[in-house]
Structures are given as C-alpha cells and as structure tokens.
Ligand binder design. Structure first.
Ligand SMILES: C[S@@+](CC[C@H](N)C(=O)[O-])C[C@H]1O[C@@H](n2cnc3c(N)ncnc32)[C@H](O)[C@@H]1O
Length: 260
C-alpha cells in the first residue's frame, strides 16, 4: 500500500480495509474494500467533509470502516431493519462497532425500512449532506431506486454513492435501478465498476457514482491506486466508468501515507 500527504487518523481505516474487516461477518470483498478506501482517501486529501451513511448495515462490515475513516465531528448513519428471521442483530452490530474502539456517539442507527424514509426525513437523519452513501438494503428494483433517490437527494459537494450488487444474476433489478437513477439525474455519472469476486452469493459488483464535476478526481485516484486491476472502460447509462477487476495477487497503492 505509497503517496504524499500525512493523514494519521486514516490509518485505522487503512488497516481495517486491509485485514480488520476479516473479523466481521458480512459482505465486502477485497476489491470493494480497495475501492471504498480509495474514495475515503480522496475525501480526506480533498477535505470533503460530512456524514457517511449506509442503507443495509447487517453486522457492520462496511460501516465499521466508515466509522474508522470518519473525523471526530462526523457522524455515521446506518439504516436497517436489524431483523434476520427471528434474530435481532442490532446488539451484535453495536458490539462489533465497540470492538474496533469506535465511539458510540459517532454512530446513529435508524431501525426500520428505508421505504418509510422520505427525502425530508433522510435529510433530518443525516443532519448535513452526505459525503458517502452505501446502498446495500432491500435488493428489489423499487427499493433500490428509492434508496438511490434518497442518496442523491442529500449528497454533499464531492460526495459519492456506492451501489452494491449491480450486474448480479440473482438481483438483476439493482442494475436497472442504478441505470434509472443515472438516466433521470443527468448531473450524476458512474465512475467505477468493481467486478464481483467469489461465488454467486458472495461479493457482488459495486458501482461508484459521483457528480460529473467530481469524476476526474476519483477516476485519477483509482488509476493511481489500483493500476494493475483496471481492465478498461465501459459504457453504462450515459457514463464511462472504469472497469476494475481485483485479482488475488493485486495490491492497492495508498493515496496518502499513514503516519504511525
Ligand atoms: C446484504 S446485507 C448488507 C451487508 C452489509 N452492508 C455489509 O457490509 O456486510 C443487506 C441488509 O439490508 C437490510 N435490509 C433489507 N431490507 C431493508 C429495508 N427495506 N430497509 C433497510 N434495510 C433493509 C437487511 O436487514 C440486511 O442487513
């Protein structure tokens, strides 16, 4: 993992996306971890500030990485039903959060379906426009489009929306929802498509979306951090995202050198 700017507080997130995340059950591949960390590095370097949100937290595998990347005055918001069959997993999520020494007051959990959150309630939940929203909740077309609409409705300057499980044979409607968002909001562009890794039900592909004006900073960062993993570009719903395929022997260069 080379670079030029000191950013001591990001070290915990770098370590987490490298190895720590293996201690938390959930759904996050190494390639997606490389990509999420690259976005967080750009945001730290460029002083892009604001809450980070996730719709569909499960046990916090991604959320903890966001918490470790957040500044002391930033909040991490998680929306979930917190029910899996008969099991309520909110306590396990909170225990995972504490296990990584994260302060409880950095975490704001909302219990319930995101379908019941409208744009006004979403803005109130965030408290300020978000710098990053990870959409990984209900995997239907209507729900994903609703969640993506919420994400776009309060996206801060320089912000990124990440859509999980696009191009997934089991959830094909997610891709249609992502395309519909890009078709209806022409200020947004997909800038990276990280391919799936693992078996059918593990590690889906992720699509990374930003405002058109912000694409270049993220595109350049991905080209600097994962050059060996970039296959080329593809056309998707008016965008030309980088196609990224992280093989087991690929590494990620750091955009920022962490201090000890
Ligand atoms: C694939 S898991 C999320 C994985 C997680 N992001 C991780 O890092 O491991 C999907 C999550 O979405 C939640 N979910 C499903 N339908 C939802 C809804 N309508 N509103 C909010 N969350 C929902 C589920 O409870 C589940 O925890």
């Amino acid at each position: 993992m080379g670079g030029s700017q000191p950013a001591r507080p990001l070290k915990a997130a770098i370590d987490y996306f490298d190895t720590g995340m293996n201690e938390v059950r959930g759904f996050l591949t190494r390639g997606s971890a490389f990509a999420l960390l690259t976005v967080l590095e750009v945001q730290r370097r460029d002083r892009i500030h604001g809450p980070i949100a996730e719709i569909g937290t499960y046990l916090g595998k991604s959320l903890i990485g966001f918490g470790l990347a957040a500044q002391a005055d930033e909040t991490v918001i998680g929306v979930d039903l917190f029910i899996d069959g008969a099991r309520d997993f909110e306590a396990e999520l909170r225990a995972n959060w504490r296990r990584f020494d994260l302060p409880e007051d950095r975490l704001r959990l909302h219990r319930g379906s995101s379908a019941d959150i409208d744009a006004a309630a979403w803005a109130a939940l965030l408290g300020a426009p978000a710098r990053l929203v990870h959409v990984d909740g209900e995997h239907t077309r209507a729900a994903a489009l609703h969640d993506l609409g919420l994400s776009a409705s309060a996206l801060g300057a320089g912000g990124v929306i990440v859509v999980d499980d696009v191009l997934h044979p089991w959830y094909p409607d997610i891709t249609l929802a992502a395309g519909a968002l890009l078709d209806r909001d022409r200020s947004l562009r997909a800038f990276a498509l990280v391919d799936r890794q693992g078996t059918l039900m593990q590690g889906g592909a992720k699509l990374f979306i930003a405002r058109a004006a912000d694409v270049d900073r993220y595109d350049a960062a991905f080209r600097a951090c994962v050059p060996a993993s970039i296959v080329g570009r593809t056309a998707f719903a008016g965008s030309n995202p980088l196609v990224i395929d992280v093989a087991p022997d690929h590494a990620k260069a750091l955009l920022i050198i962490p201090q000890a």
